[in-house]
Design a protein around this ligand. Structure first.
Ligand code: ADE
Ligand code: ZN
Length: 315
């Protein structure tokens, strides 16, 4: 099965570039940029990566991202991920970045976008990997701050395909961001949003009805609403699911509980993604392997999931 998964060309549609920061690079950049991090060594880091919720992860993830200071740092981070994509036969990527995590520390938006884009352009030439970039708004911050970020992004509009919505879901529903998503749409951006990871099915409905998103990131809790299920099926609205993330953040207790197979068999356009692979113990192929084993997927089902990844993409 491992070889079969490796052999299939795949697209990855739900990947936070800050979530690919491996401990080794974290230490290297912390030293170079003279930033203190609360870990003595790599074992120490691994020990800290035990999460009991989305928030417990986000606290550590934002702290880790503080070592990223220069355009070159973003280039290096992105290139390491793209080298992994090349190894794993990932031929198309749609990458999230969180500009507010960096602009709030005084890093220029330009440096973030230029560093990431430089690596993406280079990887397209070296490996033939195609790409789009998705700018995510942090939902624990205000809509006004998201609007400010949208305005800052406009000179770089041609580098960015879509806007997204991530960070702490509970208590920060899509309805909080209706206006900024309308503005983004008017500026020509496509729209996606995290919904139904920890939040209930109403978050998914709001993302569709109020933010008019093309895809739902996660969508795990869609089964709570049968009408919603029918709509997701009828309109073939993609769900970018992240099995190892759901396990590590305790959305599920065991991988055997994951609903991706049931949703696939029901007829939803579900896809497999790695979310924050440096934190969740596996890149894309490891996510496929985990569900293939725990859910007894057939080769045909795995092939369908990889085909779905291209169907659900912005290609
Ligand atoms: N930021 C990075 N990973 C995330 C996730 N799984 N959910 C929400 N925000 C995130
Ligand atoms: Zn995510």
């Amino acid at each position: 099965m491992k070889n079969f998964i490796q052999s299939l060309p795949k697209a990855e549609l739900h990947l936070h570039i800050e979530g690919t920061l491996e401990p080794k690079l974290m230490f290297e950049l912390a030293k170079k940029n003279n930033i203190s991090i609360p870990y003595k060594n790599i074992q120490d880091v691994k020990k800290a990566y035990k999460f009991d919720s989305l928030q417990s992860f986000l606290d550590i993830y934002y702290a880790g991202a503080s070592v990223l200071m220069t355009m070159e740092d973003f280039y290096k981070l992105t290139m390491q991920y793209l080298e992994k994509c090349n190894e794993q036969n990932i031929t198309h990527v749609e990458i999230f970045f969180d500009p507010q995590t960096h602009t709030s520390r005084g890093i220029a938006f330009r440096d973030v976008v230029k560093g990431i884009t430089k690596a993406l352009n280079e990887a397209e030439k070296r490996f033939g990997i195609t790409f789009f970039l998705i700018m995510s708004f942090l939902r624990h911050l205000s809509q006004e701050e998201a609007i400010e970020t949208l305005k800052i992004s406009l000179p770089y509009r041609h580098f960015i395909k879509a806007v997204g919505l991530d960070s702490s879901e509970l208590g920060n529903p899509p309805s909080k961001f209706t206006q900024v998503f309308q503005m983004a749409k008017n500026a020509g951006y496509l729209c996606v949003a995290h919904a139904g990871e920890e939040g209930n099915a109403s978050y998914i409905k709001e993302a569709l009805d109020l933010l008019h998103v093309q895809r739902i990131d996660h969508g795990f809790r869609c089964e709570e609403d049968m009408e919603l299920m029918k709509r997701l099926k009828k309109e073939q609205i993609p769900l970018t699911m992240c099995p190892l993330s759901n396990l590590k953040l305790k959305v599920i207790k065991r991988m055997e509980e994951h609903n991706i197979k049931r949703l696939l068999e029901y007829g939803l356009l579900v896809t497999v993604n790695s979310d924050d692979p440096a934190y969740f113990g596996g890149y894309l192929n490891e996510n496929y392997e985990a569900i293939a084993m725990s859910l007894n997927l057939t080769k045909e089902q795995i092939k369908t999931l990889t085909q779905n990844s291209f169907k659900a993409s912005f290609l």
